[in-house]
Structures are given as structure tokens and as C-alpha cells.
Design a protein around this ligand. Structure first.
Ligand code: PRP
Ligand code: URA
Length: 249
């Protein structure tokens, strides 16, 4: 998490103000540097696999075609799914190989549930379902109000027994975090308690807001980018993920 001064910190005197600001900036840059180096803290994990990073660069290019962009996102999402499911519990069952009987590991417990934040979340969902075709799927329909950047909900449907499942929320972009915070609020209201979040790109601001609002949620991303612009877009980013996946601009 990026450290900011606690609310209760008294304002420094004007003489100390420059030193204080410099120290604050140093802290922020140090935290961002740490974030970019892999495991950031115990709640955000940057997946730095070379295949992911290479494919992400191809996606970012502004002249990339819609078809290739969508295909690359699908491929990266399969690789991200591999990371986010790394600690799924296993149990042993008896099977017969052609040679002999053995105790072999299988996934234990209920199948997990993906929740896609529409519409761009579906671009990440497809590759994850390639790997886990029996997973349950919920959908939260949200769009960002372009002026306020608040998330506006237009659809919500998740499995009734979501409280018994590991829930993996997917959305390529974590910008202001308004969308994912709103989605997780609703998923928790529906009963989910074990929640992870996977995105493709995250802003440092978004990470901080998400983890302040939902400190129990572990996040995975392919990249922590530099900052948000004045319209809440990630820089350097890749533009509007939904438009690039579906070719709507
Ligand atoms: C995009 C993206 C996220 C949201 C991220 O969706 O897919 O859901 O913005 O921004 P935030 O962190 O500031 O909330 P958008 O609202 O453009 O809708 P779309 O997926 O339907 O294009
Ligand atoms: N949503 C997007 O699709 N892209 C951004 O950069 C920010 C929010």
C-alpha cells in the first residue's frame, strides 16, 4: 500500500513543510518502486511472467487490432488464472492408473465462482473459463459516469451459494477503483467472504483505495502503471478496455 500521512498527523510548520513534502514524495515513490518489483505487500501481487509482459506490450500499442487485442487478453487471463489459483486446496482420492492404484490429488471443496464486471471483465473471464470450464459465473453490470467517475450499476446476478465459494472478481482495469469497490460491496452483500481480484492494469491510486475499502481482498495484476489522468484513465495504460475489446470506438 502507498503510505500517506495518517489523518491525525498534525500539519507541519511552514518551515518544515518542504522537507515534509519531499519525505512524503520519497515514501510514495519508494512504495511504487517496491510494487513494481513483484510482491508488493500481502494484498497485491504483480505477475511478472515474461509471456504476460510481452503480450501486454502488444496489447498496449494503439494500432493493435481488435481481434488481436481480444486474443491476447484471453491468453494473458489464462496465465493470470494460473497464479490466482496457485493455493487452491487439494485432497487425495484413490484412482487406478494402467499400472497400479494410487492416491492422487484433486481440487477439494466447491467449484470456484468468477464474477465479471461488465463489460470489459468478460474479456478476462473467457481465458479463465478455458482453464476452469466448470466454474460458476456471476456478472455485475457497471459503467463509470464520465463526469463523476462513480460506478453506476445496471445488472447484478451471482450464484445463490456464493458464500460457500472462492470468488474471483475480474476486470482488466483498476483505475479509480470505484467500479471494483462497488462490485465487491454488492458481492459481499450477496454473502461472499472469500474474494480475490484479478486485473490487467492497476493504478497506484486504485490499489490504495481498493485495499482501504476492502482490506481482506487479495489482488493480482500484470502491471502497476504510473498514474491516472484528469479523466480517471490509467497512464500509460491501454485506453478504454471495453472499447478496445469490442471495437466500439
Ligand atoms: C472500465 C473498466 C472498469 C472501470 C475501471 O469500465 O472495465 O470496470 O472502467 O475504472 P474505475 O476503477 O475508475 O472504476 P467502463 O466503465 O468503461 O465500462 P465498460 O467495461 O462497459 O466499457
Ligand atoms: N477504464 C478503462 O477502460 N481504461 C482506463 O484507463 C481507466 C478506466
Amino acid at each position: 500500500m502507498i503510505r500517506r500521512p495518517p489523518r491525525s498527523t498534525p500539519k507541519p510548520s511552514s518551515a518544515a513543510s518542504d522537507v515534509y513534502k519531499r519525505q512524503l514524495l520519497t515514501n510514495v515513490f519508494y512504495e511504487i518502486k517496491k510494487m513494481k518489483e513483484g510482491v508488493v505487500n500481502d494484498r497485491i501481487y504483480t505477475v511478472e511472467h515474461p509471456l504476460i509482459q510481452h503480450k501486454l506490450t502488444l496489447m498496449r500499442r494503439k494500432d493493435q487490432s481488435t481481434a488481436v487485442f481480444r486474443q491476447l487478453l484471453r491468453e494473458i487471463s489464462t496465465l493470470l488464472a494460473y497464479e490466482v489459483t496457485r493455493d487452491l486446496p487439494l485432497t487425495l482420492v484413490k484412482i487406478d492408473t494402467p499400472m497400479e492404484e494410487m492416491q492422487a490429488p484433486v481440487l477439494s471443496g466447491k467449484k470456484l465462482c468468477f464474477v465479471s464486471i461488465l463489460r470489459a471483465g468478460n474479456g478476462l473471464l473467457d481465458g479463465m473459463l478455458d482453464l476452469m470450464p466448470s466454474a460458476r459465473v456471476g456478472h455485475v453490470g457497471l459503467y463509470r459516469d464520465p463526469k463523476s467517475l462513480e460506478a453506476v450499476e445496471y445488472y447484478f446476478k451471482v450464484p445463490n451459494d456464493i458464500s460457500e465459494r472462492l470468488t474471483i472478481v475480474v476486470d482488466p482495469m483498476l483505475a479509480t477503483a470505484n467500479s471494483v469497490i462497488a462490485a465487491i460491496d454488492r458481492i459481499k452483500q450477496a454473502g461472499a467472504t472469500n474474494i480475490k481480484f484479478v486485473c490487467l492494469l492497476a493504478s497506484p491510486e486504485g490499489i490504495e483505495f481498493l485495499h482501504t475499502a476492502h482490506p481482506d481482498v487479495e489482488s493480482y495484476t500484470a502491471s502497476i502503471d504510473d498514474r491516472l489522468d484528469e479523466h480517471g484513465y490509467i497512464l500509460p495504460g491501454l485506453g478504454d478496455a471495453g472499447d478496445r475489446i469490442y471495437g466500439t470506438k
